[in-house]
Write a protein that binds this ligand. Structure first.
Ligand SMILES: [Zn+2]
Length: 68
């Protein structure tokens, strides 16, 4: 995993050391937000966001698609 670059799904910002980013794991019935950790970030299907604002954008979209 040396030099892996992570990219925010919302704005496309890239970082090699995204320590203040958030990781989201989700399925159709559950969405889980993690503070940045290498383990969660590298999990299959993990989504990466540069901060709370952009994680929030994704959470809103997820709720709209599954709660309406
Ligand atoms: Zn972003």
């Amino acid at each position: 995993m040396i030099g892996r670059i992570y990219k925010c799904e919302i704005c496309g910002e890239e970082s090699e050391s995204p320590v203040r980013w958030l990781v989201i794991h989700c399925s159709s019935t559950r969405l889980t937000v993690f503070k940045w950790s290498q383990e969660e970030a590298d999990a299959p299907g993990a989504r990466h966001y540069c901060g709370e604002a952009h994680a929030q954008v994704y959470i809103s979209r997820w709720m709209e698609s599954y709660c309406s």
